[in-house]
Design a protein around this ligand. Structure first.
Ligand code: ASP
Length: 342
């Protein structure tokens, strides 16, 4: 079994500097010690694991869709090069890890090797850091032979990569997948749940990610049509509206629905998502969601914001716009949503 680790940046490999944490830890040396201790509990030696770093290493708050593409290109080159590994691990900053893992899941539906994304809340050199348990957990998941697609390992849990969200800036259990159960919990032995029925709707190779203008807007009680209009001027390519509950938008506010209708007429897809961690946004449950559904907005079902945002960037990169793009929102590309609960 051969595993390749690509280090992209993030706290895990950072060290102190006069201006705060920056990349610079001796990841190679640390990994050798970790594998020397047989920390995975498997027959995995240092010679079975290769490690490279992307240039430049970044704090994941600086990630863009172009950064996602750098990872996609790196994995594809290794998967098709000589001696391809059996699995990939991506070391990544936690701040936007869930965006990246969702983005990778859409772009790599045809990759045969599993990809596990992980990182840590504390740098690897800090006593009590979560770096070692997270990396050893990712390695164990990689050698398990039980996963495919893109997953995210963090805080003793393996989550579907396009269902995860960062829920804490400090807790070692920093991620959750609010709408689906974890794929595995660590322990002796690990507890595995049945794999998600993951419909892969996207056929063929994906065009590369580029940066598109997508506005994510939170509704608040009392928002006016003038404020919403100002927030979508000039018009972005897609608007993601974070609404209330199951996708409710104030329907008594004069002109608010007209702003949404105007966007759709201008071929700007409007995707309605929820401010609730757990929700199934299917517009039309209430009169307040029905008005914008009739205007042509589409609900995000049970996707996380990260999954929706990366999906919209993916669809824009494939050249889709307006109604054609909106039609893909409720369809699964890589298991990022539950298409139907019956
Ligand atoms: N700011 C860091 C990053 O996302 C946080 C972390 O890795 O935990 O790169």
């Amino acid at each position: 079994m051969r595993i390749h680790i690509t280090y992209t940046g993030g706290t895990i490999g950072m060290v102190d500097s006069p201006h705060g944490l920056v990349p610079g830890a001796d990841l190679e040396g640390w990994l050798s010690t970790l594998l020397g201790e047989n920390a995975t509990g498997q027959d995995l030696g240092r010679e079975d694991v290769t490690l490279t770093a992307l240039e430049p290493l970044i704090d994941s708050s600086n990630a863009t869709p172009e950064s996602w593409q750098l990872i996609v290109d790196d994995l594809r080159a290794r998967a098709t090069g000589p001696n391809p590994p059996d699995a990939f691990i991506i070391l990544h900053g936690t701040d936007t890890m869930a965006y990246t893992s969702a983005a990778l899941s859409y772009a790599l539906t045809d990759l045969t090797q599993p990809v596990i994304v992980t990182g840590s809340q504390l740098p690897l050199g800090v006593v009590g850091s979560d770096a070692a348990p997270n990396v050893t957990g990712a390695l164990r998941a990689a050698v398990s032979g039980r996963i495919n697609g893109v997953t995210l390992f963090f805080g003793h849990r393996l989550l579907a990569g396009n269902r995860a969200t960062k829920t804490s800036a400090w807790a070692f259990r920093g991620f959750d997948s609010p709408s689906v159960a974890p794929l595995a919990l660590t322990g002796a032995p690990w507890q595995w749940s049945a794999p998600l029925a993951c419909a892969h709707g996207w056929e063929g190779t994906a065009l590369p990610y580029t940066r598109h203008d997508v506005a994510v807007i939170d509704l608040v009680p009392g928002i006016t049509a003038a404020r919403l209009k100002a927030m979508v001027t000039p018009e972005p390519e897609v608007v993601i509206l974070r609404a209330f509950g199951v996708g409710n938008v104030p329907s008594d506010e004069p002109g608010l629905t007209d702003v949404v209708a105007g966007l759709i007429e201008a071929e700007v897809a409007v995707v309605v998502t929820s401010q609730c961690h757990q929700a199934e946004v299917v517009l039309g449950h209430y009169e307040t969601g029905d008005a914008i559904a009739r205007a042509g907005a589409v609900g995000s079902r049970d996707m996380t914001l990260e999954a929706v945002y990366a999906k919209v960037q993916f669809l824009l990169a494939q050249g889709l716009r307006g109604a054609e793009l909106a039609a893909w929102i409720e369809r699964s590309i890589a298991g990022e949503l539950t298409e139907s609960r019956d």
